[in-house]
Design a protein around this ligand. Structure first.
Ligand SMILES: [Cu+2]
Length: 293
């Protein structure tokens, strides 16, 4: 994938992380900090331009469609600007003192009608294919439900013993050195790599929107209804998103943090999470924290 190749990984490279895990690297305190923060390694596109490197087939398709449209648009712009420059130079008064009286040319008119139609049809094919892929509900290996609250997310795993917990943003003063500001959450949504995840979204108060750019996912979370989408992360890592529907004062402060881990690590996490959040019947509004600074 073009974008993935140009991506650079900031923070910890795997080899260095392996060294930390084996205790070879650095002091014990640093090691612990790095391990707990290691999950926050964030992939950024080169120079932080363009899109985040695609981490799901849907995101890759969206990226490809975007590139196709970009080049079609660039070619059309070049053609139109080129024609205008040519006309301005070739038919200027100094070189072409007596204007033509031509008002009609059947061939030219057919071309400028048919050509855009052909271009639109060519664009429509990959466009509909992408839309269908993003919209279809695939057979899921795992179902997760994200509920938007003012202002944090609550996650549920309905098929894993009704596991439910809240995901609150980490305040700026509590961030570890590697953790991205306004994106780090205390409890990440954790999914196994390669698993097809059915994503259900809803909201408890106002309309929110669950969006993770690297996954090509953006679904509104609407009170009183459940929306459905899906994603299949093709590689491990930590991926970030944000609520993408203006939902109030702290709209900026409801990050989405997704950790994609190997199946074994997911199973371990699942057992620990089921224990840790066992006392909870579900995300509660009372847990809404003051985001503070
Ligand atoms: Cu929101």
């Amino acid at each position: 994938m073009r974008s993935a190749r140009s991506a650079r990984r900031i923070c910890w490279s795997p080899s260095r992380r392996a060294l930390q895990a084996s205790g070879v690297w650095g002091a014990a305190g640093l090691l612990h900090a790095a391990e707990s923060a290691g999950a926050s390694a964030q992939e950024l596109p080169r120079w932080q331009l363009w899109h985040p490197p695609a981490a799901t087939p849907s995101a890759a398709m969206i990226e490809d469609l975007h590139l196709l449209l970009f080049w079609v648009m660039a070619a059309i712009c070049a053609l139109v600007i080129g024609l205008m420059v040519y006309v301005a130079l070739r038919f200027r008064e100094g070189r072409h003192p007596v204007p033509n009286r031509t008002t009609h040319n059947t061939l030219v008119e057919v071309v400028w009608t048919v050509l855009p139609v052909v271009i639109l049809v060519l664009i429509a094919i990959p466009s509909f294919r992408t839309l269908y892929n993003v919209d279809r509900i695939a057979e899921a290996d795992l179902t997760v439900k994200a509920t938007g609250y003012q202002w944090y997310w609550g996650y549920e795993y309905p098929d894993q013993g009704a596991l439910a917990f809240d995901s609150l943003p980490v305040a700026e003063e509590d961030l570890e050195p590697d953790q991205p500001r306004l994106l780090q959450a205390d409890n990440a949504l954790v999914v196994p790599v390669g698993a097809r995840v059915r994503l259900l979204t809803t909201a408890a108060d106002v309309i929110h929107s669950f969006a993770v750019p690297a996954f090509g996912v953006k679904v509104d979370a609407v009170p009183g209804r459940t929306n459905e989408s899906w994603f299949q992360a093709t590689r491990e890592g930590t991926f970030y998103g944000q609520c993408s529907e203006l939902c109030g004062t702290n709209h900026y402060f409801m990050p989405i943090m997704v950790r994609v881990v190997p199946q074994a690590e997911f199973d371990t996490w699942l057992r620990a999470a089921q224990e840790e959040f066992a006392s909870r019947s579900g995300p509660s509004l009372a847990a809404a924290a003051d985001p503070g600074g």
